[in-house]
Design a protein around this ligand. Sequence first.
Ligand code: PLP
Length: 361
Amino acid sequence: MSFCDLALDCVTKLQPYVPGKPIEELERELGITDIVKLASNENPLGPSDKVLAAIAEASKEVTRYPDGNGFTLKSALAEKYQLSSEQITLGNGSNDVLELIARAFVSPDEEVLFSQYAFAVYPLVTQAIGAKAVIAPARDYGHDLQAMSTLISAKTKLIFIANPNNPTGTHLPADELDAFIAQIPEQTLVVLDEAYVEYGDQETDSISLLAKYSNLIITRTFSKAYGLAGLRVGYALSHPDVADLLNRIRQPFNVNRLALAAATVALNDDAYIAKTKQHNDAGMKQLVTGFDALGLSYIPSTGNFITVDVKRNGEDLFTELLRLGVIVRPVANYGLPKHIRVSIGLESENQRFLDALGQCI
Ligand SMILES: *Cc1c(COP(=O)(O)O)cnc(C)c1O
């Protein structure tokens, strides 16, 4: 008997998500220490002392289930964005929420639309429910909203847009997005995935679009600028009826106690976000200066990562960089075999990467 014969067709065809290589794994494999990980767009500054204290405090109560409604965090989010708590769905990372959206709304005979080079989780959640992925060609590595519009059919239930996009770092201006959403049929949901919004030049006011478009869902996360990737907490902002449906299918305790406590404190730590952004801007400058010096071209990015054309096989380069103790992200799985993506790290980490890159190029 083969378990593959027992499983759903859409599941056997899935290619699992490949995460950034953990530091521990590389240490085990190569026996090297002093490893620099620039592979998963984490905040190199780590959480603030305030947040660490909140986690320590919450850890005293881990024998108890967390608040399944996330009352305190939702209230803080509602206050910050001037929305109602009924418009919020909390997730075990925003990936959780992306999956909930697909599961709640898309049936196997329907279509999910996203762009070429878009975030790898979109095809995954689409396939997992057996729906059809429709992929619009990109323009200059970014979303081509015109091309996306022409691919909308009566079957299009969901559109995913990452802004900025991962792995390309490309950004869509608010007015273009607004005009795009305005012509989307009401029965098609638009997910605006803003995992990196805090790194943008001015925090785009996408939130105000929620009042205009009931079919818009905005997702955000504490994994990136807030420095809490290991705790897993993200959320969706939407019409209350959409949130109600998402909240029906999520697990009752999908966000854990430590994550709730940490996120609530982190949310309003504006100084930490400002410091993070400033640090990221400087690191981005350091990397592009380094790329220029090496004669490499890159895709201009508004995130905390950048994708660079290394003019050779990116997987091979990834392996060579590993041997030098630097973990980056190959992006051949995105159809970019000659690029690698690198996250902005500490100044010393960026330098380690640039030195190793120079050695390999
Ligand atoms: C990192 C990332 C996320 C966030 O994932 P979490 O589950 O919140 O850690 C969502 N969307 C994109 C495009 C990302 O790059």
